[in-house]
Design a protein around this ligand. Sequence first.
Ligand code: URA
Length: 214
Amino acid sequence: MSTQIPAGVTVITHPLAQVKLTQLRDRQTGSDDFRARVSELAVLMVFEATRDLAVAPRTIETPLAEHEGTALLRPLVVAPILRAGLGMLEGMLRLLPDVSVAHIGLVRNEITRRPESYYFKAPANVADAEVLVVDPMLATGWSATSAISQLKECGARSIRFLCLVSCREGLEQLQSAHPDVKIFTAAIDPELNENAYIVPGLGDAGDRYFGTVA
Ligand code: URA
């Protein structure tokens, strides 16, 4: 397998991120720890994914003097793809308290094997915002593609996609549909199996997060 990272994709190699990802991959990690690690890893990823956000000067007064500080130029919107994306949202809300949230519900049509929308609600400011779409697993790439298409139909112009684990097939699908979207991931795994699970991956992220494993 080529280890080359495609242009437009950032792999978060920070040691703390990789340690947390390893804990997530471990089948012995129960729901409690799984939730905590998803949340922590999402926060670490946000640092990298927001590194180049545009800022504007903001003048404030410290107890001693006036100071020219910094404010974000544009609002932030986090857009979790339901249901597993909610796990990443939880940590991000603590880091980004002023953020608005878009919810994107997709379900797989078992005949076409493509995602279909069952719920979509985006904040009114999505067209002016920096949008962070989050889903732990970028497997076939079709859900991310569909979610981002829906956001663009609402006017979103600046979109980044964050996932914990990706694979070559998902990256190729998403980049071919939305070449303008920067992708941030903690891993590019070697395979997608016949059931569209990433291997080695971490299993079903939603089931493990919500404790719905059989
Ligand atoms: N969704 C998951 O939760 N895990 C995968 O490996 C692929 C899609």
